[in-house]
Design a protein around this ligand. Structure first.
Ligand SMILES: Cc1cc2nc3c(=O)[nH]c(=O)nc-3n(C[C@H](O)[C@H](O)[C@H](O)COP(=O)(O)OP(=O)(O)OC[C@H]3O[C@@H](n4cnc5c(N)ncnc54)[C@H](O)[C@@H]3O)c2cc1C
Ligand SMILES: *[C@@H]1O[C@H](CO)[C@@H](O)[C@H](O)[C@H]1NC(C)=O
Ligand SMILES: *[C@@H]1O[C@H](CO)[C@@H](O)[C@H](O)[C@H]1NC(C)=O
Ligand SMILES: *[C@@H]1O[C@H](CO)[C@@H](O)[C@H](O)[C@H]1NC(C)=O
Length: 584
């Protein structure tokens, strides 16, 4: 029960620290701008390898950016863009090979122009979402939808098709609001090895470039079509999950910013009732989501120690008791929403779009010597997590949800780990013209869950999570979020995009030598190789779907077995026979 105490301490006190150390730099070079490594914000890719690059450049203007691309193109060297914090889980930002180049957009973070009358705003691609939202609001404008976390850059979040939640209007993905961009691509020597291509609304290439996985070139500037500033009214209601399967099919139609979070063990659903209201509606609410606030380092370390003990040596009863606390603590504190920026006095919380749409206060402060940080900061041995996200067609979502509930009913306690990390978030994403966007309206399922610091260590009840992931991806044809997930989720993913062929044609035209392509992008785009890594214990890390016991941990009682509801699934399961074998 130590974990419970620690988390109550962290969460029930409603700690709101002045700030916390911002995340570390993803690009580190040992000799000036040479001999570099690049990593993600968790400090670890799904395959736990380190990504090296020969050198890095940090352009401050578009001309410098063009020069950087030209240098790489002239030398036919691999190149990738790194952003300020690099929040994608997969190895997207790694140039591949060993002598690649990193181009950082860290210093390309200015507003280029705002046309308030036409509601257009143009920004440099390295601008952080927080700053973009602020700059828009200063001009009386609002980006109507965005991811919930504002530490991302506009270039990076577009590359992976990042989104909030909506089926209304153009929908919840940011790329729907892109009406133009400038992208620097390789070019023949006669053109100086690099050119800027300006794409405008109506240009079919924009459908490739607005969700590009970073393989077309470097986006220099993005023009967004915004809306007049507006207010939202938010209410969270927790209900039992008996009719969740039907409700998931209709909730997105009922509320412009609606979402749902399912706590499978508790059998509860947190419905987010969230709609646009007239700007004259009273309220100056603020969303400062608790999970995105800075936490004291000591608390994070202690919480992790307790969680590891529960994982390794705890019982289901202890784990399930502990799992009740985080959701309770968040509910009691209205998830970090306040009615006036200071206090929560009751729902609905009404506030301006720019104060409600996203949060992430843990990135906001100057260095404090790591006294506090974002929960996932890799410099601290705190919580270490996987994040999976996959989208099921809206028409199939009710059946998928019913299947998940069936699996839960077979062994509810196996789902406590998912309750502990605040359940499965369901958000709506609308069909898109983007070649690598969703071809039809979808429900995106998002789960964060325990990851061991030890490579290949079995996770308690990983079989139920792995089964529902395989069920989504294989039985229901779900699309994995490009910026989340473990390797095996991407197996066969690109074939689910009817326009992926169009995308690859644009890629060949823009970057015929593939300098912006890496091993990873070739694998996920189905060009060369497979995202799976088949090896001992690979299924425990999500690097493969098991087909042999050795892909699990037979020595520790984990064998490759069919799923319980989705029989075609293959998951690492603790069979009693195997368990006894290792115990004796
Ligand atoms: C705490 C947290 C919360 C999140 N919440 C959400 C959410 O609510 N909704 C959601 O959809 N996603 C969410 N994500 C995932 C996130 O949106 C994506 O991983 C996003 O792509 C990360 O953006 P980034 O700026 O960090 O880009 P990176 O991860 O650094 O880059 C992503 C890719 O884009 C390329 N790239 C970046 N900039 C450029 C450019 N200018 N030109 C060309 N290529 C470029 C990179 O090379 C890389 O291939 C979340 C992630 C975290 C860690
Ligand atoms: C980066 O390294 C390569 C290979 O060592 C070298 O050819 C190139 O000039 C370097 N570029 C910069 C900008 O330092
Ligand atoms: C750009 O980044 C710098 C920090 O490197 C920051 O001080 C500045 O405010 C940012 N610019 C904008 C427009 O947000
Ligand atoms: C679990 O128990 C074993 C055996 O007693 C011990 O070696 C191990 O350190 C424990 N794990 C944790 C995380 O406490």
């Amino acid at each position: 029960m130590r974990i419970a105490n620690v988390l109550s301490l962290l969460l029930l006190l409603g700690l709101r620290l002045a700030g916390g150390s911002p995340p570390p730099q993803p690009v580190e070079c040992t000799r000036g701008t040479s001999d570099c490594t690049v990593t993600n914000v968790y400090g670890s890719y799904p395959d736990r390898t380190i990504c090296r690059a020969a050198n890095a450049s940090f352009p401050r203007t578009e001309q410098e950016l063009v020069a950087a691309v030209a240098a790489a193109a002239a030398a036919k060297r691999k190149v990738k863009v790194a952003t300020r914090h690099s929040h994608s889980f997969p190895k997207l930002a790694c140039p591949g090979g060993r002598d690649g180049t990193i181009i950082s957009t860290r210093f390309l973070n200015r507003t280029v122009s705002v046309d308030a009358a036409r509601r257009l705003m143009t920004v440099e691609s390295g601008m952080v979402l927080r700053d973009l939202i602020k700059a828009a609001a200063a001009a009386g404008l609002a980006l109507p939808h965005s991811p919930y976390w504002y530490g991302l850059t506009i270039g990076g979040l577009l590359a992976t098709g990042a989104h909030g939640s909506s089926l209304w209007g153009k929908g919840g993905a940011v790329h729907e609001y892109v009406v133009g961009l400038r992208i620097v691509t390789p070019a023949p020597a006669s053109q100086g090895f690099a050119v800027v291509r300006q794409l405008v609304a109506g240009d079919p290439d924009l459908d490739a470039a607005k969700v590009s996985l970073g393989v077309l070139g470097v986006i220099s500037q993005v023009t967004l079509e915004l809306q007049p500033q507006f207010k939202r009214s938010v209410r969270f209601t927790t209900l039992d999950d008996s009719d969740m399967a039907e409700k998931v099919g209709v909730w997105g139609g009922l509320h412009e910013f609606g979402d749902l979070a399912w706590l499978p063990r508790q059998g509860k659903v947190i419905y987010r009732e969230d709609d646009r209201v007239d700007v004259s509606t009273r309220g100056n609410g603020l969303n400062d989501y608790i999970g995105f606030r800075a936490q004291p380092t000591l608390g994070l370390i202690t919480a992790r120690v307790a969680q590891e003990k529960l994982e390794q040596n705890g019982t289901d009863i202890a784990r399930c008791l502990a799992a009740r606390l985080p959701p309770l603590a968040l509910e009691l504190q209205a998830y970090g929403f306040t009615n006036d920026g200071n206090f929560f006095t009751g729902y609905p919380v009404v506030g301006f779009q720019h104060r409600i749409q996203a949060s992430g206060s843990c990135i906001n402060s100057p260095e404090d010597g790591l006294l506090s940080s974002c929960t996932w900061d890799p410099r601290i041995r705190g919580p270490f997590l996987y994040n999976s996200g996959f989208s099921v067609a809206l028409s199939k979502a009710p059946a998928f949800v019913a299947d998940m509930q069936r699996l839960r009913d077979l062994n509810p306690r196996a789902f406590c780990g998912i309750d502990f990390t605040l359940g499965i978030l369901m958000r709506y994403v609308k069909a898109s013209s983007a070649y690598l966007g969703k071809a039809e309206d979808c429900v995106d399922f998002d789960v964060t869950y325990y990851r061991s610091y030890t490579d290949g260590e079995p996770r308690v009840h990983s079989d139920v999570f792995d089964e529902l992931e395989q069920m989504a991806l294989r039985k229901y044809g779900a699309l994995p979020h490009w910026g989340k997930n473990r390797n095996s989720a991407f197996d066969g993913a690109v074939a689910k995009y009817p326009k992926s062929g169009e995308f690859l044609k644009v890629k060949d035209r823009y970057d015929p030598d593939g300098i912006f392509s890496s091993e990873w992008s070739d694998q996920v785009l189905g060009i060369r190789g497979s995202p799976n890594i088949v090896a001992k214990r690979c299924a425990l890390e999500g690097l493969c779907v098991c087909s042999d016991d050795s892909h699990c941990a037979p020595e520790q009682g984990y064998f490759c077995r069919p799923g319980q509801v989705y029989k075609e699934a293959r998951v690492c399961s603790q069979s009693t026979a195997g368990y006894l074998r290792t115990k004796t």
